[in-house]
Design a protein around this ligand. Structure first.
Ligand code: PXG
Length: 464
């Protein structure tokens, strides 16, 4: 398809700089440099306004699980828009797409996670969760159970609630976060924080911080623990195998609610429908968004277990969004789930693509800059280091080297992100072994260029 009415790139960049405020961006410097403008996409590849093709190693923003350009989703949206473009679900009404989607999610989700409260994003869904777990305990006659325990360097969204649950120091530094009664414990990041401990001992120690915190607060004050099965925005932090079983033991012992934030790990990214299935975790609430519609429509929600849903149902829950269960978003999500299921995309991840990625990505660990190269399902990360043997950090401000590496990657037409000095990818689940091979060639070239640059600039120095 050619776009005949597209203005030149420079003109678009000038308008973008003049009027568009980008999220999580210093808009001043970006305006001077000019944003890269993406005009279309197919499969795992993006095309920019100059006609250059990139491999999208990030599936958009961790969301385009089935890949770009699936006509069926466009058709589902068009059909639904013609039939019923909008109706709400507030005042004792419902509609077909939201009913079918809720039932489908109840079928796919493990255990007795049988009830869905819809939102339009992961942030909104986590705001729902804050209110829902506190209301649950209030209805149980324990209104003092209000504290939610979350993790440093976890990510749960950018609203006041989501940003407060998240443990991002840079976010808490702006706008008066966190809101009251949210407490953070340390993350299970062995490579960066494990010191001399074995990964297994470290995983147990970090899980036991949850128990220590529950006891310090008093179990009668703790409502819930929220965590991502694998941290995404924090840098694809894969916990040691000892971590989740110990967390499960602790939440069971103190009877607190477990919220698994599956906004990234849901819908096949770890090779199962949900990440909790890959770790054997039994949550009371799952946060979902992103891969639910493969990003083709904004939709998210909370999948809630029988006990919590039945308790909440006793009284009016004074919460909801205009677009909770939006019919067009729901119809598109249903079509996305149909494709994931009927095309066996998740089985293929589990049996073929994830092992292929693990092997190919793992091969980068021989690079002098790479301290670890790890993956789980279709999430992968590299730790960049000036000294592999000691797992050293760079002397430069954290993120300086990661940013340089990201710039080389972009120039090599590979979308690979950095979080601090970790490089991360989470490609569409439909990526093929041939695409993975191409991605690795570009990633290795990027690492070589980064190493040359650091050497030339005298930046290959260990932090004091
Ligand atoms: N939970 C998790 C685990 C997420 O990854 C959210 C909640 C919030 O979802 P919404 O739809 O409100 O954005 C997310 C979102 C990044 C990045 O830089 C990651 C997300 C969003 C924006 C940027 O990696 N994840």
């Amino acid at each position: 398809m050619t776009l005949t009415n597209m203005p030149p790139t420079a003109e678009l960049q000038a308008l973008d700089a003049a009027h568009h405020m980008h999220p999580f961006t210093a808009n001043g410097p970006l305006g001077k440099k000019g944003a890269r403008i993406i005009t279309r996409a197919q499969g795992v590849r993006l095309t920019d306004s100059d006609g250059v093709e990139l491999i999208d190693g990030m599936a958009g923003l961790w969301c385009v699980n089935i890949g770009y350009g699936r006509r069926e989703l466009a058709d589902a949206a068009a059909r639904q828009m013609s039939e019923l473009p909008y109706y709400n679900t507030f005042f004792q009404t419902s509609h077909v797409p939201v009913i079918r989607l809720a039932a489908k999610l109840a079928e796919l989700a493990p255990g007795d996670l049988n009830h869905v409260f819809f939102a339009s994003s992961g942030s909104e869904a986590n705001d729902t969760n804050i209110r829902m777990v506190r209301q649950y305990w209030a209805l149980k006659g324990q209104p003092e159970r209000r504290v939610i325990i979350a993790r440093r360097n976890g990510y749960h969204g950018s609203t006041m609630g989501g940003g407060s649950l998240g443990g991002m120091a840079a976010m808490h530094a702006q706008g008066g976060l966190p809101i009251p009664d949210i407490t953070h414990i340390d993350q299970p990041y062995w490579w960066g924080e494990g010191g001399e401990m074995s990964p297994e001992a470290f995983g147990l120690a970090r899980a036991r911080q949850l128990e220590e915190t529950i006891l310090a607060l008093g179990p009668e004050r703790v409502a819930a623990f929220i965590a991502e099965p694998v941290q995404g925005a924090g840098g694809v932090i894969i916990p040691p195998e000892s971590y989740w079983p110990e967390v499960q033991r602790i939440v069971d012992r103190y009877g607190i609610l477990l919220i698994a934030d599956e906004v990234i790990t849901g819908f096949g990214r770890l090779g199962q429908w949900f990440g909790v299935q890959s770790y054997g975790i039994r949550p009371h609430i799952l946060t979902i968004a992103k891969g639910l519609s493969s990003g083709y429509q904004p939709i998210g929600g909370s999948i809630v277990c029988d006990e919590v849903a039945q308790t909440i149902a006793q009284d009016e829950f004074n919460h909801g969004y205009t677009y909770s269960g939006h019919p067009v978003a729901a119809a598109v999500a249903l079509e996305n789930l149909r494709i994931l299921e009927e095309e066996g995309i998740i089985e293929r991840v589990r049996e073929q693509t994830a092992p292929c990625l693990a092997q190919a990505w793992g091969s980068l660990s021989d690079h002098p800059l790479v301290g670890e190269a790890v993956s789980r399902g279709m999430m992968a990360s590299l730790a960049l280091t000036p000294d592999k043997a000691t797992r050293a950090k760079f002397r430069s401000e954290p993120g300086t080297v990661g940013f340089i590496c990201r710039e080389f990657s972009f120039a090599n037409n590979l979308v690979m992100r950095h979080v601090g000095d970790r490089m991360i990818i989470a490609p569409p689940l439909v990526i093929t072994p041939a695409d993975i091979a191409e991605l690795i060639v570009r990633a290795r070239k990027t690492l070589d260029q980064t190493l040359d640059h650091l050497q030339a600039e005298g930046m290959l120095r260990v932090a004091a």
